[in-house]
Design a protein around this ligand. Structure first.
Ligand code: CP
Ligand code: NVA
Length: 308
């Protein structure tokens, strides 16, 4: 009845669409740096549901809407009580009568699926326990800027094969890049996600490999990427996870096995002294601040593609 498109995972796109969105984001960034974007989303509104904290996702979406002539509305956990004060389906039914798009950050990915099912307007995944597709789209802008290409680039993810790693793997697969995940055996990418990523990579000339040795994982890397070992909602697992992940810390010693020009990325927030050390995060080869900025340019492309 209502024609709309949601964005819950990069895996929902075709390789051609992925490239189109990515290059549109790069074009919007160039345009923004040259003086500003036209008001492509004039008078459009984005409702932003957050059940977890955020700096980058909230501010980048809010600024993206503002730069495009629209408006974003922050709805924190206290206002909505998603699934507590009111059912997820009812929130979707009501909110989508008011706004032109919904961005949601949730715990259970199934909450996003329910929001999408009952919303009349597009639903965008602003992070779930399973995936963080907006992050991955922005990250490919950064890798492209740093390496001048995506096809054939060696990207290594070190640490917990989590929500960020999952979508980054899809993004690398779409790009024809070679993704190596160096993760502890019990924290690797799930079989389904791995198969999906390898299926995508088979169409683009990319590859996806999982190993357990962090040193071997970074030896050929153009890009080393890490993220927290304790994602939001996993705090109770910290005592178990921390010792397992210590050998996966991205520090100067580990980076000494990579090439001298290998860049380092982190989606942030960083837990300095855990998954990454100061000397690496603040090194000249660190791309993490450009990476944070590129979130905003990626959000603009996503918003225009879905809301215009
Ligand atoms: N990288 C990221 O999504 O950051 P926030 O949690 O601050 O939004
Ligand atoms: N994996 C992290 C990403 C934060 C942006 C988390 O889910 O907490």
């Amino acid at each position: 009845m209502f024609s709309k498109r949601d964005f819950l995972s990069l895996a929902d796109l075709t390789p051609a669409e992925f490239n189109e969105w990515l290059h549109y984001a790069i074009e919007l960034k160039r345009e923004w740096k040259a003086g500003g974007n036209p008001p492509l989303l004039k008078n459009k509104t984005l409702g932003m549901i957050f059940t977890k904290p955020s700096l980058r996702t909230r501010v980048s979406f809010e600024m993206a809407m503002r730069h495009l002539g629209g408006h974003a509305l922050y709805l924190g956990p206290e206002e909505i009580g998603l699934g507590k004060r009111e059912s997820v389906a009812d929130v979707a039914r009501v909110l989508s009568r008011f706004v032109d798009g919904i961005m949601a950050r949730v715990f259970a990915h199934s909450d996003l699926v329910t929001l999408a099912q009952f919303s009349r307007v597009p639903v965008i995944n602003g992070l779930s326990d399973a995936s963080h597709p907006c992050q991955a789209l922005g990250d490919m802008i950064t890798i492209y800027e740093q390496r001048g290409a995506l096809k054939g680039v060696n990207v290594s993810f070190i640490g917990d094969a989590n929500n960020v790693a999952t979508e980054l793997t899809y993004a690398c697969a779409y790009s024809g890049a070679h993704m190596t995940l160096g993760c502890p055996a019990q924290y690797q990418l799930g079989a389904e996600e791995l198969a999906k990523a390898q299926w995508i990579a088979a169409q683009t000339g990319g590859s996806v490999t999982q190993i357990n040795d962090p040193r071997a994982a970074i030896e050929a890397a153009d890009v080393v990427y890490t993220d927290t070992w304790i994602s939001m909602g996993q705090e109770a697992e910290a005592a178990v996870k921390m010792p397992v992940f210590m050998p996966y810390q991205v520090n100067a010693q580990l980076m000494s096995y990579a090439r001298p020009d290998t860049i380092v990325m982190h989606c942030l927030p960083a837990h300095r002294g855990q998954e990454i050390t100061d000397e690496v995060a603040d090194h000249a080869n660190s791309a993490i601040w450009d990476q944070a900025e590129n979130r905003m340019h990626a959000q603009k492309a996503i918003l225009v593609k879905l809301l215009k």
